[in-house]
Design a protein around this ligand. Structure first.
Ligand code: ADP
Ligand code: MG
Length: 253
């Protein structure tokens, strides 16, 4: 390819921000020549590559914005390790109808059984489907709401949270929650009620939420709004974190 033309093409592709085409137009031109593709076929392949790259970058940006703690998919979840957890139902939920129907998912169970992994898996799917998604640990969410109370921006912040298609509230009960904090969570959950999906995870079963929130009434009100339209999964299997450790121990005798 003529050096002058190459320079000119690359400058123009950069100006138009056509990153996908920029990275592949030369290789593709060589292949097109070898395979005797028409100009139209070559152009069509270039455009396809550009669109594919843009979609990938946009999903990546969405995942970054969703603030997931790690990137793991539903497909990476080893259901054979949790045989009592309805694989079929969870994979069906992967079609994200629950987001369209503004329903909630709740994962309850001891540490290490994959509650956060499943919540993240749904976040990734939702990002791929272009939903507005945010993953928050309960701790971070409470800190954020408390800060907004202090600087008088709570209403605005609650509105922001209520506009998300999917909000994950991870690890309810991991840290003690004061009455004031429980009230803030209640306000947030009430605002999203029947308006947007929540995925909630907790080490505590609902009976213990009174203790977690230090207030039976607020706990009951939160549970009521969450479970009204929700699928609840109790994961009672073993911790995946300990899986290999236990195996090693067995091998060592
Ligand atoms: P939890 O939130 O219930 O404490 P996590 O979802 O954080 O547990 O899981 C702990 C680690 O083990 C993560 O790295 C997660 O990806 C992995 N993990 C847990 N369960 C499974 C599973 N069934 N298949 C694959 N990885 C799993
Ligand atoms: Mg977790």
């Amino acid at each position: 390819m003529n050096k002058e033309i190459t320079k000119h093409i690359e400058a123009q592709l950069k100006e138009l921000n056509l990153k996908g085409m920029l990275s592949c137009y030369r290789d593709m031109a060589e292949k097109a020549a070898v395979n005797k593709l028409s100009y139209e076929e070559y152009l069509s392949l270039l455009l396809e590559e550009e669109i594919k790259g843009r979609k990938e970058r946009s999903v990546k940006a969405k995942i970054y914005k969703a603030r997931v703690p790690f990137v793991k998919t539903l497909e990476e979840f080893d259901f054979s390790f949790q045989p009592d957890l309805g694989e079929k139902e969870l994979m069906r939920l992967g079609s994200l109808d629950f987001i369209e129907n503004k329903e909630n998912l709740v994962f309850l169970g001891p540490p290490g059984v994959g509650k956060t992994h499943l919540a993240v898996g749904f976040c990734i799917k939702a990002c791929q489907a272009k939903y507005r998604v945010l993953f928050m640990s309960t701790q971070k969410l409470i800190e954020d709401l408390m800060m907004c109370v202090r600087d008088g921006s709570l209403t605005k912040r609650l509105l922001y949270y209520s506009r998300l298609h999917l909000l994950v509230i991870d690890e309810i009960g991991y840290m003690p929650i004061t009455k004031e904090q429980a009230n803030l969570l209640y306000q947030l959950i009430s605002m999203r009620y029947e308006k947007g999906s929540i995925i909630l995870t907790s080490n505590y079963s609902f009976e213990d939420w009174g203790k977690v929130f230090q207030d039976d009434v607020v706990a009951a009100a939160i549970i009521d709004r969450i479970v009204h339209h929700a699928r609840i999964f109790y994961i009672n299997g073993a911790s995946y974190r300990l899986k290999n450790k236990l195996k090693n121990k067995t091998l060592r005798g």
